[in-house]
Ligand binder design. Structure first.
Ligand code: HBI
Length: 97
């Protein structure tokens, strides 16, 4: 069972993801908004994230409106932010680099 990130480990992990914000309400996690030129680009991104998520058995909470994709990462099994969320955020960042 994976644990919640706390203290220095949490602060350090968040430092490495400057474009992600911790959630203000709802489950403890990290969130980022991605915008694309159009819906096709946004949905292509979602398809790539979906493949990553299935491989990692770690799934985003997300919504899409036209060219915008809002992603929140939280670990249900841990009741908050875990290393799995950090790893997934980094993998997602690598897709949009
Ligand atoms: N995705 N975000 C997230 N958090 C989880 O705890 C989680 C998941 N996907 C699959 C998953 N857990 C499974 O490991 C368990 O629910 C069995």
């Amino acid at each position: 069972m994976i644990g919640k990130l706390d203290g220095d480990a949490r602060a350090q992990a968040l430092d490495g993801l400057p474009l992600w914000q911790t959630t203000a309400d709802g489950p403890d996690g990290i969130a980022r908004r991605f915008t694309f030129p159009d819906f096709v680009a946004a949905f292509g991104f979602m398809a790539r994230v979906a493949i990553l998520a299935e491989k990692a058995d770690h799934h985003p909470e997300w919504s899409n409106v036209y060219n915008r994709v809002d992603i929140t990462l939280t670990t249900h099994d841990a009741g908050g932010l875990s290393q799995r969320d950090i790893d997934m955020a980094k993998a997602i960042e690598a897709l949009v680099d």
